[in-house]
Design a protein around this ligand. Structure first.
Ligand code: PLP
Length: 386
């Protein structure tokens, strides 16, 4: 007998178009990488030393499902330092990256056939996780005309009896947009009215250039909020796989219990390293932010007068670039492939982030200024003449 097929749930999981570009880029030499969504810095030395010390002290074993009590307390204190935020350690679950936190939150609140409102454009993993949870992703548009922020009245038209949660992401990937107090207020009013959970992905919270990061945790709704963040972007710790969820304590118990069969707990060594990251001075976070800001300014210098920047990014380390109607006819994936093959510059096709985004590609400021400037110039010329 031939063996049975792989699971339909696994095979039908939506997958990101970025894989095609990365696979193509890996076959070539001297590529300028504007596609990579992770900091290009090493983890700061004091955090690495903290990890080594933890290993020597014996932190090499399982931890409780929700994480080390000391780290849960450290995260609660860290988030409570923000204006209007009050978090208790029992509300904190330490997870395997923010992605583990998003997975835990969605698994904790969605049943089969529930609907989850997901931003378009938005990080493609949202849709994949909703799919794995057996629920259905319903896209809401981040409207270019309003600067890629959600419109509560438009979102409202998508709410049905099955809608369980809305996912938001500020600072945003791929837009670099930072939500204002007003936007957050409108989302929370809507969620409150319909009893929806808000799953707020704030993994880029420390990378804000203009204005301030407005955390969902300042908006009350203690009973309906899942705040997700972590170490990856703020401290250049992507490989340590360390994130967290903050939610009502009864749901934190659910999220923690879901970790048992999936990861048991976040890596103990990374948990200790993150304790060091949070308790030390935050100069490295500020230094990284300044570098991203400088690179963002390079982007504005190269693209500011072209009409090709839909918005000037105010946070995160990404920008969308408009590829114009001429290229958009063939779609952003074709454009990104052609750009790579003809010029050796790698970018992410906008279609990766949702059907509304096929007119764009995403560039990341995760390479040094010189390569970034060169790559952006090539991209600009290619959009015009390629
Ligand atoms: N959320 C967004 C919007 C991201 O862009 C990423 C990574 O690129 C993550 C979450 C995942 O972060 P982590 O490395 O902590 O899992």
């Amino acid at each position: 007998m031939t063996r049975r097929a792989a699971a339909e749930r696994a095979l039908s999981m939506p997958r990101s178009a970025i894989r095609e570009i990365m696979a193509l880029a890996s076959t070539r030499e001297n590529v300028i990488h504007l596609e990579i969504g992770e900091p290009d810095f090493s983890t700061p030395e004091h955090i690495i030393t903290g990890a080594f010390n933890a290993v020597k002290e014996g932190f090499t074993k399982y931890t409780p499902n929700p994480g080390l009590p000391t780290l849960r307390a450290g995260i609660a204190e860290h988030v409570s330092n923000r204006p209007g935020c009050k978090v208790d350690p029992e509300q904190v679950v330490v997870t395997t990256g923010a992605v583990g936190g998003l997975f835990g939150a969605l698994m904790a609140v969605t049943d089969t056939e529930d609907e989850v409102l997901v931003p378009d454009p938005g990080w493609p993993n949202y849709e994949s996780i909703v799919h794995l949870a057996g629920a259905k992703a319903v896209r809401f548009n981040l409207d270019l005309k309003s600067g890629f922020v959600p419109s509560a009245s438009q979102v409202e038209t998508l709410i049905t009896d099955k809608t369980k949660a809305i996912m938001i992401n500020s600072p945003g990937n791929p837009t670099g947009v930072v939500f204002s107090h007003q936007t957050m207020k409108e989302i929370f009013e809507l969620a409150g009215r319909y009893g929806l959970y808000v799953i707020s992905d704030e993994v880029y919270e420390d990378i804000v250039f203009e204005g301030e990061h407005v955390s969902a945790a300042s908006y009350g709704l203690e009973d309906q909020l899942f705040l997700i963040s972590g170490a990856s972007k703020s401290y250049a710790m992507t490989g340590w796989r360390l994130g967290y969820v903050i939610c009502p304590s009864d749901l934190a118990n659910v999220v923690a219990s879901l970790q048992e069969p999936v990861a048991s707990c976040a890596p103990s060594i990374s948990q200790k390293a993150y304790e060091v990251a949070l308790s030390a001075d935050q100069n490295c976070v500020m230094d990284f932010r300044e570098i991203y800001r400088r690179r963002r300014d390079v982007l504005v210098e190269e693209f500011g007068n072209t009409g090709l920047l839909p918005v000037v990014p105010a946070g995160a380390f990404y920008s969308l670039v408009n590829i114009t109607d001429r290229h958009a006819k063939k779609g952003s994936l074709e454009f990104a492939k052609k750009l790579l093959l003809e010029t050796n510059v790698a970018v992410v096709p906008g279609i990766t982030f949702g059907p509304s985004c096929d007119h764009y590609v995403r560039v990341a400021f995760t390479t040094d200024d010189k390569a970034l400037r060169k790559g952006l110039r090539i991209l600009r010329d290619f959009i015009r003449h390629g």
